[in-house]
Structures are given as structure tokens and as C-alpha cells.
Design a protein around this ligand. Structure first.
Ligand code: MRU
Length: 343
């Protein structure tokens, strides 16, 4: 299994799979400075909500040798990278807590303390994905055909994946799974990453352009839509890659179950509903550059990276704590409880 992130002990550095180069080349970027990690998150060398959080956790470790003030600055810099995925802020909160408890330590001891925390966060994510994968797999019929959007795979996480983790777990449970992957404009995470990741793992995968989803659903081919998430708030409203909301509307129109799969680190119980989620707007260049030439400068461009799917369009939210079927729940109630049974 490819690793999106790996801490290299000997180098005291974070190694990132360069997701911008895929599927053409498997390149790696070595980060030795916090600034390098921050830029790797911004330019999407590393992307996907859980992977961003893990990268940020390791990023703070890189500042530790310069002492607690440098770590505090690192926390601030990393918080300015991308606004929507809450995993980033959960990771930074965890590292800040560790820092608070370790201010008296020497720089080397501080580094060890923060590294231990970042490693735990990373390992937990992998464990949680396997756990939520099992919950999600139970929801799929045998011989399931699933549509997914963007990339919520192993490379977007600490491993196994969330939406794609459900598919992997279903296969491990002996179910046959066929997958349709949306291209996912404008940055083509579906075409470049999901289709590649699934094919590499031996899945039967078919790529479609985003505009083909309605026709595909109408054909009766799709048993379920499964996507990941960047932030799920108290009432279940969910931010994910732009185009997710459109799929949820289409799924309802065609009476197809629409599932969100995400670890609890993607849940933000501080926000009551989706209208409060900050939505990242990315550079207009992502749309202006054509196969050949450019869209003329007088054409304005709107390029939000995410949209919010209201809870009432989500059949179930699959987490490592169990499966939540809404609408009408308050996820805050489940924060402290260990598990809800999958149904
Ligand atoms: O802009 P990206 O590629 O970071 O967006 C990623 C997504 O929207 C994913 O679906 C989400 O982060 C879940 S990844 C397990």
C-alpha cells in the first residue's frame, strides 16, 4: 500500500508522496522545515482531509528543535494553509495541547514528545479507517456498484481510505464491488488519483466525467454513492469536494443511498450547521487554463473547492464510532460515547 506520508527517523524529516505528479510518476518530497510542510498542504502535494491533519501534526515536530516558541509559530502558520478540512485544526489542537504540557522540556525532549503525539494521531487514523470501513461494508450489498467522488482513498489518509476504505473492507468481507469514479473537476482527483489507486489495487473501476453522473444513475447501475468528508458539523451537514452536493441531490432523485464515510477527526461539533463551514476558494487559474490556451481574462471565475451537502440528503454517516442515520441527530451527543451500533 502506498503511503501518502511517512516520518523518516534517520532524516528527521517528513516524506510526502507528491500527489500532483500522479498518476504519471511516483515522486516523493522531503520536508525538513515547517514552511515546506505548509506549502505542501497549500499546493496540494499532500491533500485529503485526514492526510492534511497528519502532515500538519508532523509539521509541528519539525519546529521543535528551535524550542516552544517556534512550535507555537508553526501551529499558526499551518493553521493558515487550508480552511475547510477540520482534521487540520483537530491535529493542531492536539499538538498545541502537547506543547502546553511540555514547555519545560529541552528541544530534543520536546521533539520526542511531539513526534510521539503525531505518530499516535497517524496510527489512529489508519485504525479508524479500518473500523469505519467494516461498518460501511455492512451497508453494501454483494455485487455492489458504487459511485464515488474526488479521492477519499489510502493516499488521502493515514492508509486504507475512508470512502475507498469502505470498498476495500467490503472486498475483504468477500463482497464484489464495482466502482465508478467521477473525474472531479477542476483538479481531477477522481481521474488522477481515485481511478489510479483503485486500478492499482485490482478493483473494477470506470471513470466518468462529473456531468455523466445523472445519466449513470438513471441507467440503474448505481447501488450506492459513497464519498469522504472535509468537515461534518453537529446536525450532519457535510462539506466535501465541490460537486458532492450535486451528487447527493441526484442520488435522492434516483432513490439511491448516499453515504458519507469519515473518521471522527472530521467531525466539528463546534458548528451547529453547514452554513458556518468556511469554504476555501482556490486560484482561478485552475479553471482558466484550458487544454490549449486560456479562458480570456474578462471572463470572471468562481472556484470554490468544496460544497456543503445538507444532512437530509445523507442516508448515513459512517464513522469509526458507528453509523449515524439522520436527519435530526446532534453529533455532539455522541462525542463522548464509545460506539453506536451499525444498522
Ligand atoms: O481538495 P482536496 O483534494 O484536499 O479535497 C479532498 C476531498 O474533498 C476528500 O473527499 C476529503 O478530504 C476526504 S479524504 C478522505
Amino acid at each position: 500500500m502506498l503511503k501518502a506520508l511517512e516520518w523518516l527517523d534517520e532524516e528527521r524529516a517528513l516524506r510526502l508522496l507528491d500527489q500532483r505528479a500522479l498518476p504519471g510518476a511516483e515522486l516523493y518530497v522531503l520536508c525538513r522545515q515547517v514552511e515546506e510542510v505548509a506549502q505542501a498542504i497549500e499546493n496540494m502535494t499532500v491533500r485529503g482531509a485526514p492526510a492534511i491533519g497528519i502532515a500538519a501534526a508532523y509539521g509541528t515536530v519539525l519546529a521543535a528543535r528551535e524550542g516552544p516558541e517556534a512550535v507555537a509559530d508553526a501551529l499558526k502558520r499551518l493553521a493558515r494553509t487550508r480552511p475547510t478540512a477540520v482534521n487540520l485544526f483537530q491535529a493542531l489542537a492536539l499538538m498545541k495541547h502537547s506543547l502546553g504540557a511540555a514547555r519545560q522540556l529541552s528541544p530534543l525532549e520536546l521533539e520526542e514528545r511531539l513526534l510521539g503525539e503525531a505518530r499516535r494521531f497517524h496510527e489512529e487514523d489508519l485504525k479508524n479507517n479500518h473500523r469505519l470501513g467494516e461498518f460501511g461494508a455492512a451497508l453494501l450489498p454483494d455485487r455492489a456498484t458504487v459511485l464515488t467522488h474526488c479521492n477519499a482513498g489510502a493516499i488521502a489518509t493515514g492508509g486504507h481510505g475512508t470512502a475507498l476504505g469502505v470498498l476495500r473492507s467490503a472486498r475483504e468481507a468477500g463482497k464484489q464491488v464495482r466502482v465508478y469514479a467521477d473525474e472531479t473537476r477542476p483538479l481531477l482527483q477522481g481521474a488522477r488519483l481515485t481511478a489510479w489507486e483503485l486500478a492499482r489495487d485490482g478493483f473494477d473501476v470506470t471513470l466518468i466525467a462529473d456531468s455523466m453522473a445523472a445519466a449513470l444513475m438513471k441507467s440503474g447501475e448505481v447501488d450506492a454513492v459513497i464519498v469522504g468528508a472535509d468537515r461534518i458539523v453537529r446536525n450532519g451537514d457535510t462539506a466535501n469536494k465541490i460537486g458532492t452536493y450535486m451528487l447527493a441531490v441526484l442520488a435522492e432523485a434516483h432513490q439511491i443511498p448516499f453515504y458519507v464515510a469519515a473518521p471522527w477527526s472530521t467531525v466539528d461539533t463546534s458548528l451547529p450547521d453547514g452554513s458556518h463551514i468556511p469554504i476555501e476558494e482556490r486560484s482561478e487559474e485552475e479553471l482558466r487554463v484550458l487544454f490549449e490556451g486560456r479562458v480570456p481574462d474578462e471572463v470572471k471565475i468562481w472556484n470554490p473547492a468544496f460544497d456543503v451537502t445538507p444532512a437530509h440528503l445523507i442516508s448515513a454517516i459512517i464513522t469509526e464510532r458507528g453509523v449515524f442515520r439522520g436527519p435530526g441527530y446532534d453529533l455532539k451527543e455522541f462525542e463522548a460515547r464509545p460506539f453506536v451500533t451499525a444498522s
